[in-house]
Design a protein around this ligand. Structure first.
Ligand SMILES: NC(=O)c1ccc[n+]([C@@H]2O[C@H](COP(=O)([O-])OP(=O)(O)OC[C@H]3O[C@@H](n4cnc5c(N)ncnc54)[C@H](OP(=O)(O)O)[C@@H]3O)[C@@H](O)[C@H]2O)c1
Length: 295
């Protein structure tokens, strides 16, 4: 079988067209063998992936995973090592927003100055003069989570030529309204899967009305979230997988892509065979009956 990301169809992410099957770089840093990460990234692009999601804070915990003391593997640096000079048409989407300190980790919303520093870190690590897409990733704090100031700060950086397009992540519809009043929004990135946060259907619809991409994370991991792969696929997922001779993970990705033309997949893996499996899932077409059975 000819595996290609083009089988998933295309979406115009602002003024650039990407294949709807992309790649999430969060899972490439745990393996202490950096050559595997390089292999996965190069293979993804070989198979047609032209949308990669990343963050400066996707990194291995240095010294705790059996790597040399002090060595930290940053997803952005692996991307640069594997792919620079970047091929034409490759869109790298990164995210900023959580403020971090060494003792408490990600514990506060970044200030405007911190956002600028985070953008500059991404520029440096990726080795570019301008970031393709930057998502403002928020940590929701009830009662005090307006994004006006922070999104405004990123809009200023866009105005200064450091960012081409903006998105928002971990947000509600009111955040989207706030952002749209400030600058164009290219994408919304939230957690969403067959078994996770299905109340998002309304936000997906609102994004579609405005030609905004909805880019779910945890499409495979589902309710297992950061811990990884979902071991408890429902009977319906297992059944549809058997009908297609596919894995449950592939059916989760196919289901994701069937949620709307503006829905893009960014499955994360550090495993070369999982990568091929995931990209192949973009060619799976589910029938209305199958979709109904999946819920
Ligand atoms: N905006 C945000 O706040 C946010 C938060 C989290 C993630 N993200 C982005 O979204 C991307 C996707 O999220 P994610 O990576 O956490 O979750 P995911 O893509 O739903 O699932 C990844 C997990 O599933 C496993 N997996 C992947 N393909 C598989 C396959 N074919 N068969 C079996 N297991 C498979 C991976 O392990 P292996 O490595 O062993 O394959 C990993 O444990 C991330 O990579 C990141 O770029 C964004």
């Amino acid at each position: 079988m000819n595996i290609t990301a083009t089988a998933a169809g295309d979406w115009a992410l602002g003024d650039v067209v990407v294949h709807r099957m992309g790649f999430g770089a969060m899972r490439i840093t745990p393996n202490s063998d950096r050559s595997v990460a390089i292999q996965v990234l190069r293979r993804a692009v070989e198979l047609g992936v032209n949308h990669i999601d990343t963050a400066a804070f996707y990194r291995s915990p240095g010294g705790t995973l059996g790597v040399g003391e002090g060595e930290v593997r940053y997803a952005n640096e692996l991307i640069r090592e594997a792919l620079a000079p970047y091929p034409d048409g490759l869109v790298i989407t990164t995210k900023v927003g959580p403020g971090e300190d060494p003792e408490r980790g990600f514990h506060h919303a970044a200030t405007a100055a911190e956002l600028r520093a985070q953008v500059e870190t991404n520029l440096r690590q990726l080795g570019v003069d301008c970031l393709d897409v930057v998502n403002l990733r928020i940590m929701k704090k009830p009662g005090a989570d307006s994004i006006v100031e922070r999104f405004g700060a990123l809009a200023d950086l866009r105005g200064a030529g450091l960012i081409r397009q903006l998105g928002i992540s971990n947000v509600r519809t009111d955040h989207l309204d706030e952002a749209l009043a400030i600058a164009p929004v290219t994408c919304v990135q939230n957690s969403y899967a067959i078994d996770l946060r299905r109340e998002e259907d309304e936000l997906i619809r609102r994004c579609a009305e405005r030609d905004i991409a909805y880019v779910p994370f945890f499409a495979i991991a589902g309710a297992q979230r950061e811990t990884g792969t979902a071991p408890d696929h429902s009977g319906a997922v297992e059944k549809v997988a058997a009908q297609h001779g596919a894995s449950p993970q592939q059916i989760r990705l196919a289901w994701t892509l069937h949620q709307g033309p503006n829905v893009l997949a960014i499955p994360g893996t550090g495993n070369p065979s999982h990568l091929e499996e995931n990209i192949a899932a973009g060619a799976i077409r589910l029938s209305p009956d199958e979709l109904a059975s999946l819920g």
